[in-house]
Design a protein around this ligand. Structure first.
Ligand SMILES: [Cu+2]
Length: 564
């Protein structure tokens, strides 16, 4: 059966209704049976569960700007002098070995699993930033050249994208703005909310490689990390004396020890599913253009780790780092959690959920209150979504004995008072003014000749597929033409608000600002955009990174208002 026949065969199964994402659309992620044999690649070696301490990436460490040689060139950046950097950082991309699990590391003489890293770690250090304090990051590509790289997949060229940041094109990680080994790239992050509207502030972001044609492999190899943006309202300090501060769980402490104890209460968790060879290195099948599935879920690049938590509230920023797997995450006792964001942007009101569904690049901030447990208890985070290939979920829930292990929380003694709160109102949504709309565009996600298309086209970075003008608004429609595929559609630079998902207005968690819409089979999503503040080239693409690398991406440019 070829791909076209598979598509025609249509969808059969119907999913349980997950608590988050896609409104009515979420029930339709499904695929025909038997069109390819699942899990044809060898299983990873068996490793023990919940014995590896979770890794807590520390915050980036500032450098003295005088140490940058050559110094930053203001002429390379839009509005540099308006947003003079207050914080400077340097990162080196290198190849090395990472301890995903000590039992995997013991399988080879290298003492770890091959990895591409930022400053010697994956995930790299967390970019902790604050609105009003512009950031400058110089990133050196110190990966080995292709002849000397030991990583058996990926390409040692890199363009780092800060996902969802409101960033000038030249700092955005446009897929053609790549460095090769020996080069560096300067990124200027204005830390300025879109349209200078505090209601457009972002919270949970991540940075990852966006190399043309090699994003899936390079991110899988290790080039991903988290970024947290704070402002006066969402300040990261649960003891903040500012009466406007939300005081969500957090004490501005990052990192932790090597025994599973974090320094603070605002914890980022990035999920990547990885498959390992019999000698403990990551394995990847470059010939499967449907997507890549790992059989072990890693959290912060640790396999089935544990962390210690006090009986109090925590904020977890949960990221699907891809490349292709969707998750439905729930606690093993099915107790409730409180969702406070969609794609890392605070909701107007918190929503209680028993599970969260996320596709590649989605982020949800979840409050878990462990005060209902006692020291010595444990509760696990598990994936209950069945997915047997890169196309998308089957639509079935995994039976209890097949839940995929993700992360164990071991409850330990309370160390101090929990002064954090979860207010009933978080952040207002920016207004949608349909009178400003000057254009409608449709983007159709489909396939052709074994590759993936947008509006029938393959990625060609020399072709500009849309050129919205600065200072205007548009309505964009994303449509999944496939009846058995999930496509997490991501657009750089600006966020959208959903107007209609399959003809219905958004409610609950979908009533939010988003940057990635996971289109289930045949889904149509109509969204509102504005284009402001910076100009230049950006992309729209599928964030199943394997689809993205196989051409499901188009370039679009923001042009000046007076451009003809
Ligand atoms: Cu896709």
């Amino acid at each position: 059966m070829n791909r076209r026949d598979v598509i025609k065969a249509g969808a059969v199964a119907v999913a349980s209704t997950p608590a988050v994402f896609g409104g009515a659309a979420q029930a339709q992620l499904c695929r025909p049976e038997g069109d390819r044999s699942p899990l044809t690649e060898p299983d990873s070696p068996q490793v023990s569960s919940y014995t590896e301490p979770l890794y807590f990436p520390p915050a980036m460490v500032e450098v003295n700007p005088a140490s940058l040689n050559p110094p930053p060139d203001p002429n390379r950046h839009q509005r540099y002098n308006e947003f003079l950097p207050a914080k400077f950082y340097v990162q080196h991309l290198t190849e090395g070995f990472w301890n995903y699990h000590k039992e995997l590391s013991a399988l080879n003489s290298d003492g770890g699993s091959l990895a591409w890293m930022f400053n010697g770690a994956t995930p790299g250090e967390t970019m902790v930033a604050r609105y009003g304090e512009p950031v400058f990051v110089r990133r050196y590509n110190d990966l080995p050249d292709l002849e000397n790289a030991r990583m058996p997949f990926g390409y040692p060229a890199s363009s780092i994208h800060l996902h969802n940041a409101h960033t000038a094109s030249e700092s955005d990680g446009f897929p053609m703005d790549f460095t090769v080994p020996g080069e560096f790239w300067d990124h200027h992050y204005a830390m300025y909310p879109a349209r200078n509207n505090p209601n457009e502030a972002l919270a949970s972001l991540w940075y990852h490689d966006h190399m043309i044609d090699f994003t899936a492999t390079n991110v899988y190899a290790g080039l991903s990390a988290m970024a947290i943006f704070y402002d006066d309202i969402d300040s990261g300090d649960e003891n903040d004396s500012n009466p406007d501060a939300l005081r969500l769980p957090g004490n501005l402490q990052f990192g932790g020890d090597n025994q599973g104890n974090p320094n603070g209460y605002d914890i980022s968790l990035i999920l990547h599913d990885v498959r390992f060879t019999q000698d403990g290195h990551p394995a990847y099948n470059v010939f499967d253009t449907d997507g890549h599935l790992g059989d072990l879920i890693t959290v912060n690049r640790k396999v089935k780790p544990f962390m210690n938590v006090e009986p109090r509230k925590y904020r977890f920023r949960i990221y699907d780092g891809g490349p292709s797997r969707l998750y439905e995450l729930e606690l093993s006792d099915r107790s409730s959690m409180t969702c406070i964001s969609n794609d890392g942007n605070l909701l107007e009101h918190p929503v209680d959920v028993t599970s969260i569904v996320l596709g590649p690049a989605n982020r949800f901030d979840i409050i878990i209150d462990f005060s209902r447990y006692s020291s010595g208890d444990h509760v696990d985070l598990e994936n209950v979504m069945e997915q047997i290939n890169g196309q998308g979920p089957t639509g079935r829930r995994l039976p209890p004995d097949q839940h995929m292990e993700v992360l164990r929380f071991n409850i330990v003694d309370l160390k101090g008072p929990d002064n954090s709160r979860v207010p009933s109102f978080l952040r207002a949504l920016p207004e949608i003014n349909l009178d400003e709309v000057v254009a409608h565009r449709e983007w159709v996600f489909d396939h052709d000749m074994g590759l993936w298309t947008v509006n029938g086209d393959f990625m060609d970075p020399t072709v500009v597929s849309a050129a919205p003008k600065q200072g205007t608004a548009e309505i964009w429609t994303f449509r999944n033409a496939g009846s058995s595929w999930a496509h997490p559609v991501h657009v750089h630079f600006e966020e959208f608000q959903v107007l209609e998902w399959n003809g219905k207005p958004p409610t609950g968690i979908l009533k939010s600002r988003k940057d990635t819409a996971v289109l289930g089979p045949n889904d149509t999503v109509k969204v509102f955009y504005r284009f402001d503040d910076f100009k230049g080239s950006y992309v729209i693409h599928c964030h199943n990174n394997v689809h993205e690398d196989n051409a499901m991406m188009l370039r679009w440019d923001v042009v000046a208002a007076d451009d003809q």
